[in-house]
Write a protein that binds this ligand. Structure first.
Ligand code: COA
Length: 339
């Protein structure tokens, strides 16, 4: 892309959604054959019934390519019109090159700048903020934000405290530039990070702290390790704080929100947060029962299915909120005006 500031103020607007999930369904009963657990334990603690796993020879970019093609089709856009491709991911194909560059090449977005965002499960919200900033500064016109995860590849399938939680998916959204006078798109963001909790959700090996070349390490060190109780406490707190701060900054009342889509990690975390925020369950869409926690893909995957369920319609004021490794968190309010 070439971006030159020309003084024309724009608004970033979300015009298309798309998602791809792997074919293979892994139910709680399947999990109970792999580790000492049960459907009752998993469902009552998390709200998850099943998740999807990629095939042995698939990686995050393979799902992202298929999701990206769907988003381009819905946006009725040629891949060469994409100025920037942002891939939030916690399970990239490689440390580098960025998964985004591989996806850009395969979908034909040859004009696009392409980079990954590493912000755990908050990655999609961070990516929306980045895309919005690029568009509203005048540097970019069309930004594809495409969360892509093959978390099953970095999960220890013998660790019952983590393997039951995570699933694979890619999902994202196309952001375009709309005239500034349109009351549309992203009204604001609240983003944060607290690295003091970094070790509560971590893949210890494979980076420069514990280089892969110094291995082999036991498999668990190359997989997600989590202090579930600490992450639970953190998530319930920041979801409420982030949304409250953002609504206050926007001088909005929670009643003005038509739909809340939260990061799909745990039903109990979401239920706790919405009751504290005063958002009725009928304004909240969840699908973690069928997909588990798909990290950067979870919010756009839920938005897409909310729309299919008739809960996301043009004009709807939508609150999105996420949290994850870092530890990070973020929320945004957007008016959904796809056309
Ligand atoms: N099946 C059966 N028992 C399990 C189990 C499983 N899959 N996983 C853990 N247990 C056991 C533990 O070993 C422990 O047994 P013990 O008391 O004999 O030691 C017991 O269940 C309680 O474990 P605990 O970790 O305290 O459970 P919990 O109520 O905190 O629930 C989580 C665990 C992971 C579901 C919960 O902490 C959580 O959801 N945390 C947030 C995780 C998250 O959202 N992460 C992603 C953020 S992006």
């Amino acid at each position: 892309m070439i971006g030159v500031r020309n003084g024309a103020r724009k608004r970033a607007r979300l015009v298309a959604l798309g998602a791809e999930v792997p074919e293979r369904i892994v139910t709680n009963e399947d999990m109970a054959k792999m580790v000492d657990t049960s459907d009752e334990w998993i469902y009552s603690r998390t709200g998850i019934k099943e998740r999807r796993f990629v095939a042995e020879d698939e990686a995050a970019s393979d799902l992202a390519v298929r999701a990206g093609i769907k988003i381009l089709a819905e946006a009725e856009m040629d891949p060469l019109e994409v100025d920037v491709l942002i891939v939030p991911t916690a399970s990239p194909d490689h440390i580098f090159p960025a998964t985004a560059t591989l996806v850009a090449n395969r979908i034909g977005a040859h004009r696009a700048a392409a980079f990954d965002i590493l912000a755990g499960c908050t990655g999609f919200i961070y990516g929306l903020a980045q895309g919005t900033a690029l568009i509203e500064s005048g540097l970019a016109g069309n930004v594809l934000v495409l969360g892509a995860e093959a978390l099953s590849k970095i999960t220890d399938q013998t660790d019952r405290s983590t393997c039951i939680l995570f699933g694979d998916a890619a999902a994202g959204a196309m952001l375009v530039a709309a005239p500034e006078d349109e009351v549309t798109g992203f009204l604001g963001f609240e983003l944060g990070a607290d690295g003091s909790g970094g070790q509560d959700l971590v893949v210890p090996a494979g980076g420069s702290r514990m280089p892969a070349k110094d291995g082999p390490y036991e498999a668990a060190l190359s997989c997600i390790q989590m202090n579930g109780r600490e992450v639970f406490k953190f998530a319930t707190r920041v979801m409420v704080e982030s949304c409250t701060k953002l609504l206050e900054a926007l001088e909005m009342h929670v009643d003005e929100i038509d739909l809340l889509v939260a990061h799909q990690a745990n039903q109990r975390i979401i239920d706790h947060a919405i009751s504290r925020l005063g958002i009725p369950p009928e304004k909240v869409f969840n699908n973690l029962e069928r997909y588990g926690n798909t990290s950067s893909a979870s919010i756009p995957l839920a938005m897409l299915e909310a729309r299919e369920a008739g809960m996301l319609s043009p004009g709807d004021m939508t609150l999105l909120v996420g949290f994850g490794a870092g530890l990070t968190w973020g929320s945004t309010v957007m008016r959904y005006e796809p056309t």
